[in-house]
Write a protein that binds this ligand. Sequence first.
Ligand code: ZN
Ligand code: ZN
Length: 109
Amino acid sequence: MSLPPVPLKIHRSPEALVITWEEGHEGVYPYRMLRLACRCAGCREEMTDRQLLDPAAISPEVKAEAVELVGSYAIKISWDDGHDTGIYTYEYLLSLCPCQRCKQPAPES
Ligand SMILES: [Zn+2]
Ligand SMILES: [Zn+2]
């Protein structure tokens, strides 16, 4: 069993949440992308994984107002549209990481 991934640093930039992972890569997560990826019961149906959230209802300007650590495995994001029930596990965030390294398969050496 491998250890869950851990962010070294979580930083709120004006446009995006920037997570520095201990494996040596940095994910820049645009706020709207993260807001749409919310997996709380109000945004996503648990049984079917169907998205309940209407992307058109989310402002392109949506921003994270606060980021709270949840135990040692997740963060909770409070959005400026009043939504604050979304828990993002580190594992989930890592799977969403938009950095070059995560988006592209490792080059054959
Ligand atoms: Zn949600
Ligand atoms: Zn990455």
